[in-house]
Design a protein around this ligand. Structure first.
Ligand SMILES: Nc1nc2c(c(=O)[nH]1)N[C@H]1C(S)=C(S)[C@@H](COP(=O)(O)O)O[C@H]1N2
Ligand SMILES: [Mo]
Length: 254
């Protein structure tokens, strides 16, 4: 390519050009494709019912795929010091503190299903015997608050290795003791900071933070951190989630 008549042109190597295009695309996406904006973009009027719904869901699925491509999957979330922890750490759920599920530990077992070699259930002791990791990270809720806390437990990657999970499958799903459920893309499930958390601070998770087992994934919004987990499964069909299925973006990376 030669210099244009309007003045000198910077010559970009193909790799540099790709990088520039990626940055431009990322900035465009960062601008935020809200549901409102998607409606504007797609030229729908919001009374078209089913058809609007179909367009918006298609846009959202497309957005998931672009986000999965933008997020490398292994970028580390920032970590903090103990002094930076939020005291007290907030509680949040789709119900109030009076309705926190009571999980009876005497018969608690974590079920495993789907595309895995070993479907035996797990006890908490069994999980504690696996290698553990602790991180102080920020939980960001879509409702507009965030807080720094310390979670410890088994890296989900190590658990998936132990059960012989098919890590070429697309999704890992989680079912909870309340009516909550959620799911992750496999790249995020294998991320080093994605934990099956057993502890908050230095002690076992108290009921409000997801006793006896929760997911802690600092590269995703708070609603993709299911508490009171009773079942984990590996699947090629997107398991969705409690909020995801009500229109919140499924990928929700931060
Ligand atoms: N089982 C279950 N897990 C859940 C929820 C819920 O209602 N039930 N709420 C989610 C949301 S929206 C957030 S922001 C975090 C809050 O976690 P915290 O109570 O430890 O702050 O839990 C997530 N996990
Ligand atoms: Mo949330």
């Amino acid at each position: 390519m030669s210099a244009s008549k309007k003045g000198p042109r910077i010559q970009l190597e193909p790799a540099q050009r790709l990088q520039l295009e990626n940055i431009q695309r990322r900035n465009f996406l960062r601008g935020g494709l809200t549901v409102g904006a998607m409606a504007m973009l797609s030229g729908c009027n919001l009374q078209d019912g089913d058809q609007v719904d179909r367009v918006l869901w298609a846009m959202s699925r497309w957005n998931d795929r672009v986000q999965a491509w933008l997020f490398s999957g292994q970028r580390l979330a920032p970590t903090f010091s103990k002094a930076q922890m939020t005291q007290p750490f907030p509680f949040n759920a789709y119900y109030g503190q009076d309705d926190i599920p009571e999980v009876d530990l005497s018969d608690y077992a974590l079920s495993v299903s789907g595309r895995v070699r070993d479907k035996s259930p797990w006890t908490l002791d069994g999980l504690r015997k696996l290698p553990q990791r602790t991180d102080i990270t920020r939980l960001v809720c879509v409702e507009g608050w965030s807080a720094i806390g310390q979670w410890g437990g088994v890296p989900l990657r190590i658990f998936l290795e132990h059960i012989g999970a098919d890590t070429t499958a697309k999704y890992v799903g989680f079912k909870c003791a309340d009516r909550y459920y959620s799911s992750l893309d496999m790249a995020t499930a294998l991320h080093p900071q994605t934990l099956l958390a057993l502890d908050y601070g230095e002690v076992a998770l108290p009921p409000k933070y997801g006793y006896p087992l929760r997911l802690r994934v600092p590269t995703k919004l708070g609603f993709k951190n299911p508490k009171h987990i009773v079942e984990i499964y590996v699947s090629n069909d997107n398991p969705g989630g409690y909020w995801e299925d009500q229109g919140y973006n499924w990928f929700s990376g931060i």
